[in-house]
Design a protein around this ligand. Sequence first.
Ligand SMILES: [Zn+2]
Length: 301
Amino acid sequence: MKGSTAIRMQAAATFAALACMAGAAMAEPTPPAAAPAAAASPKSVTSPRLYAADCGSIRVGDMAGFSDLGELKGEARNFIVPCFIVVHPKGVLVWDAGLNDALVAEKNGVDHDVFHLEVKKTLASQLQALGITPTDVTHVAFSHMHFDHTGNAAMFTSATWLMNRTELAWALGDPAPFGVSAENLAPAAKKTVKADLFVGDRDVFGDGSVQILAAPGHTPGSAVLMLKLKKAGTVVLSGDLYHTPENHHHHRVPAFNTSRAETLASFDRVDSIVKRSKARLVIQHSPAHFAKLPAFPAYLD
Ligand SMILES: [Zn+2]
């Protein structure tokens, strides 16, 4: 298809540009340490806490690619890019690593084709506000391996990278598939980090409170994260199963998803889990959903 080839080519250029910028900004000085406002560590919690950090924003100037039926052509939307930090008695999980912190140096953000990317706060500074150093992070996992979910992955060199086997094999393809930044995934490709590859679902800490659930279709190994919290109940973090509440409502399938059939099956699976467990579904890129979460460093528990 001509249209999808054009999208792929644009995307490849975007990600190449981002990779260059990330490399160039490596030398930027780290901001001075602030005193932890709300220290959190596995030792200080008796049940999981969920923090939602701001890892940037994306303005999509033309949403055409976000429905394969073309209804969104010419429309613009604002996406938030969150990073989630789960502090559990057995460790600290970062779920999705956002846009690269290096983008904070680009005061007006970066434009490329239909995307305008901005980072106003670094993930590093937000972890610091919790008294968490990158080496305190025991696990990193990704809803999928698009660049806006892996930006700061390389910060976590001592964590175990929990990765869907199919997703990793796809993401490390040559040339890099649509939306994937090979640079972000270099530690996994070069095997300089501890990788724990899984198939299907994964219970992160072994007690059922934090589970990665397979929801393929957006990419071959896409997933959502289901948390069982003491007070807040069940929370499901959508990954990019849905990009917006309206796409959830209409069950729209983005044109750039890797499988329409898998996407529909994943809609079914996750919607029924949410219904059965009366869960709160957090659509990760939705600014409205993000705004309804406790404002960082407040948390759900
Ligand atoms: Zn995304």
